[in-house]
Write a protein that binds this ligand. Structure first.
Ligand code: C2O
Ligand code: CU
Length: 472
């Protein structure tokens, strides 16, 4: 009796205003094989999510029968899913129980600078045994994520990441399908199941970017979604890998991309392949359909980002889809999506030109940088609150780089200076290899401070390909 009452109270406390994802008419074990951890909300206010996040080592079975000690938030891989509604307050009591310093960066959230998680710039490192309080309003709906910003490549590669879903205040179209949050990543383990060293492969691996040998979906190798045959699903996909581009293929199917890095698009696009750069998110509608009780596979296929990225590389199964029953009648197309996004006015913008470069450091090791200077030596890009800037990023290397700007959304711009259609809010942009430039337009709102930008191949960021916007 007492336990039942307690359970009911806990349920009431937890329900708040955050809508549960819509799941209708799926098998009872729909997502049983790829659950995401949740975390207790300590504040009864429906517009506050107050949680404890602890960075800690945990024993997790990634390969069958083998226990691996990986780095986690709250002992789960990936860390808990944080779900809020736009305008809600997130309060995080963070504790570091790792053997080294860390911080949390809230990737894609437009929050005050002192909450951005950049050690030495926006906060002090959180040393082992120390705590830090993060507290901010989550302004925008969409799919985001969190990860450390200290020794990034290593810490992400060891398992530190989690997804954030922010629902809009106005309910979304009901027919977007049953929600599946997919956190994609990879990890390298040795024969005993121990984490492989973060610098495996030496300088060559740094220049290419280290990909973990095992591809993971929600922390598992090729987990299974038990799906109603022919029923639409809405996937929120996060690429949390330290360096790997994900290109997904579901044979005989297309992905209808309805959302990008910050919420729904005004117009969807149909894709044969879904590409996600490191750090990137996408929301796609997928209607897995096949013969009665068919099993389908979602495969990673190599994405051509320059020499060595596709040669002799086989597809890797990321997910299985077990279709239950015979296909249901085809569902009607989704009629409406999000609100149109106005292009940013570029006419009076100031211009910022940067090159992504590779050189040699004083120790003879590869040194990546911005305009030939590694992080700390390249002068910050000055910006003023209210200013609009058009950035032209030129890639001097033979491989694509996923460029990421902290704290602000931007829009991609073409060669002629026009905003690329469909207009989309982004924080990460692929900078195509040598010979090409990529452009974006950003307007800075009133959140002054030091804001990082860097390549989200974190081996590159660690090797120096990182800079700073000094917003005043
Ligand atoms: Cu995911 Cu500095 O970012
Ligand atoms: Cu890079």
């Amino acid at each position: 009796m007492a336990t039942a009452l307690f359970a009911m109270l806990a349920l009431l406390a937890g329900c708040g205003s955050d809508p549960d994802p819509v799941i209708t008419d799926q098998p009872a074990d729909f997502l049983d094989d790829l659950p995401l951890a949740s975390v207790e909300d300590l504040d009864p206010d429906p517009h506050v999510l107050e949680v404890e996040l602890t960075a800690q080592l945990a024993e997790i079975e990634i390969e069958p029968g083998v226990k691996s000690t990986v780095w986690t938030y709250n002992g789960s891989l990936p860390g808990p899913l944080l779900r809020l509604t736009a305008g809600d307050l997130l309060r995080v009591h963070f504790k570091n129980e790792l053997p080294e310093a860390t911080t949390i960066h809230w990737h894609g959230l437009r929050i005050p600078n002192d909450m951005d998680g950049m050690p030495g710039h926006t906060q002090a490192s959180v040393e082992p045994g120390e705590t830090f309080e993060y507290e901010f309003v989550v302004p925008d709906a969409g799919t985001f994520w969190y990860h450390p910003h200290e020794n990034d490549a290593a810490q992400l590669g060891f398992g530190m990441y989690g997804a954030i879903v922010v629902d809009p205040v106005e309910p979304e179209p009901a027919d977007l399908g049953d929600e599946v949050v997919l956190v994609l990543s990879d990890i390298s383990l040795d024969e005993s199941g121990a984490l492989a060293p973060a610098d495996q492969g030496g300088d060559l691996a740094t220049v290419f970017g280290r990909e973990g040998a095992l591809v993971l979906a929600n922390g598992k190798v090729a987990p299974t979604i038990h799906a109603r045959n022919g029923k639409r699903q809405r996937w929120r996909v996060v690429n949390a890998a330290r360096s790997r581009y994900f290109q997904l293929e579901l044979a005989g199917h297309t992905f209808e991309r309805v959302g990008g890095q910050a919420g729904l698009l005004s117009q969807s696009e149909e894709l044969e392949h879904l590409v996600l750069m490191p750090g990137e998110r996408a929301e796609v509608l997928v209607t897995p359909t096949g013969q009665a009780d068919a099993q389908l596979a979602v495969n990673w296929i190599p994405f051509d980002r320059g020499y060595g990225s596709t040669e002799y590389r086989d597809p890797i199964k990321v997910l299985a889809l077990d279709l239950e029953g015979a296909p249901i009648p085809r569902e009607a197309d989704v009629a409406t999506l999000g609100a149109p996004i106005d292009p940013i006015e570029v006419e009076h913008a100031t211009h910022v030109d940067i090159h992504l470069t590779l050189g040699e450091g004083p120790d003879g090791r590869p040194e990546m940088g911005i305009n030939g200077a590694p992080f700390g030596e390249s002068p910050p890009v000055p910006a003023a609150v209210g200013e609009t800037q058009v950035w032209t990023i030129t890639n001097d290397m033979d491989w694509d780089h996923p460029f990421h700007l902290h704290g602000f959304f931007f829009q991609a711009v073409d060669r002629e200076g026009k905003v690329v259609e469909p207009v989309e809010w982004r924080d990460t942009l692929n900078v195509v290899r040598k010979g090409e430039s990529s452009r974006f337009v950003v307007r800075y709102d009133n959140r002054p401070g030091s804001w990082m930008f860097h390549c989200h191949i974190l081996d590159h960021a660690d090797a120096g390909m990182m800079g700073m916007v000094e917003l005043e």
